[in-house]
Write a protein that binds this ligand. Structure first.
Ligand code: G
Ligand code: G
Ligand code: MN
Length: 400
């Protein structure tokens, strides 16, 4: 019914229409379920603004949100959406959370936390059942101020979710410094993760990152069973997307709760299975400049990166699944005695190996791998060509 070019030509018409829509409270919330990937139970609903205009049709939220920011209507529009969404949600019963998007510009305004709290309170919906979704852009300009806002909201029980993660420019330092409750992997990575290895690596790395910082991870834009399966295998906690449900009107919420069940509590990341660890290891270190492998308790190589095989001048298939004694015989005995009585508190075991055939000196670092409960799982091994042959201490001759 309209295109963006037409709208920019007719910006005044659009701004006036938006002003009228805000006045008439014509922009209304839709609700999209966010589910626990393992069980399908509903954790929360994301509130998505919907504007159906008689001449413009369905207007894209990105367009009217940015216009609302520009013309100073974002505060009023957001408050309206919150009041409407919270009152409808309250009538649905249940104890799911509501996730509300706050635009970066709005987030940075000092009055936002009060406006947010007032709007939620006006509906009678409990503040501690709300969460705010913000993108990296909201915290990039002034990290101190962002921190203060986040702390203030969290003290009131509001959860903070980092939205669209992977598309912005925030450094890991910033992510670590801000107390987010969850991170959401951007849909663009999820969409291509089954076909594009790089997307899969990013998805896996973000899950690992979130978990290592103690945060559950949400994947958005999940459209297929294959994506959901892969995400579950990678240990992702929550999912959102057409596979689990499109955005719906509030009236449809009770039936969804009935069919799927609900579980508002987050399960904090715990106990990764060994396969999840390996998937992370593989994804994150696929391009690492060192050879890496994981050796299980039976002293077989469970997983390795390409570099590991390359350093040993073997095919990948000729490495994975093999006993370590067939690959690096020089250290097999040490590992065998170590695995019988793993010295779990101990630091890395370091060896230097000279590979046969003039392939030079290698530095080998081995660490016992433990699960969260301290149970011994095997060893991770890093293999790196040594630059200098000067340090010959403790060289083990190793014929491979
Ligand atoms: O609703 P989708 O269906 O098309 O939304 C497009 C974009 O607009 C998404 O990035 C979404 O986060 C954003 N969006 C939707 N509703 C709101 C809202 O109420 N406030 C803000 N700030 N962004 C919203
Ligand atoms: O940026 P944000 O996460 O807030 O964006 C949510 C947007 O993603 C909304 O526009 C919503 O309509 C859209 N969306 C939700 N699930 C899916 C999905 O499975 N596929 C696609 N293509 N879009 C989705
Ligand atoms: Mn969002």
């Amino acid at each position: 019914m309209y295109d963006d070019a037409e709208l920019s030509r007719d910006a005044t018409y659009f701004e006036r229409a938006l002003g009228e829509a805000v006045l008439a409270k014509a922009i209304q919330p839709a609700f999209q379920p966010i589910v626990h990937l393992r069980t399908g139970e509903i954790s929360s609903f994301e509130v998505l603004a919907r504007w159906q205009h008689p001449r413009l049709g369905n207007v894209n939220p990105s367009l009217f949100i940015s216009t609302a920011e520009r013309v100073g209507l974002i505060g009023e529009l957001t408050s309206q959406l919150i009041r409407s969404a919270c009152s409808s949600a309250l009538r649905c019963g249940g104890d799911f959370r509501l996730a509300i998007n706050i635009s970066p510009f709005h987030f940075q305004q000092g009055e936002m936390p009060d406006l947010f709290e007032d709007a939620v309170n006006a509906s009678g919906f409990p503040l501690d059942r709300t969460q705010i979704e913000i993108t990296e852009n909201a915290v990039i300009d002034d990290a101190e101020a962002a921190r203060a806002t986040i702390d203030l909201l969290r003290e009131k029980g509001v959860r903070i979710v980092l939205d669209d993660f992977g598309t912005g420019y925030s450094s890991l330092t910033r992510l670590q410094a801000l107390p987010f409750d969850k991170i959401k992997i951007d849909a663009s990575f999820v969409r291509t993760m089954c076909e594009v290895r790089d997307s899969r690596k990013i998805v896996s790395a973000v899950i690992g990152l979130g978990h290592s910082l103690g945060m559950p991870v949400v994947a958005e834009g999940v459209e297929t069973e294959a994506q959901a399966d892969m995400l579950t295998r990678l240990g992702c906690d929550l999912g959102q997307g057409w596979l689990f449900g499109r955005p719906v009107q509030a009236e449809a919420i009770p039936a969804l709760l009935l069919v799927r069940g609900q579980k508002p509590q987050d399960t904090l990341p715990e106990d990764l299975s060994i396969n999840q660890r390996l998937a992370h290891l593989e994804a994150v270190y696929a391009v690492a400049p060192v050879g890496l492998c994981f050796i299980d308790k039976r002293l077989h190589i469970q997983q390795a990166n390409q570099r590991f095989a390359k350093i040993l001048e073997r095919g990948f298939e000729a490495v994975v699944g093999q006993p370590i004694s067939a690959i690096l015989p020089g250290i097999a005995d040490q590992l065998a005695s170590e695995s019988r009585a793993p010295s779990l508190g101990r630091d890395l075991l370091s060896y230097q190996l000279r590979l046969s055939g003039g392939r030079g000196l290698m530095e080998v670092n081995i660490a016992p791998a433990l699960d969260e409960k301290g149970e011994f799982l095997g060893f991770s091994l890093a293999l790196e060509p040594k630059r200098s042959d000067m340090d010959m201490l403790g060289v083990v001759q190793c014929a491979t």
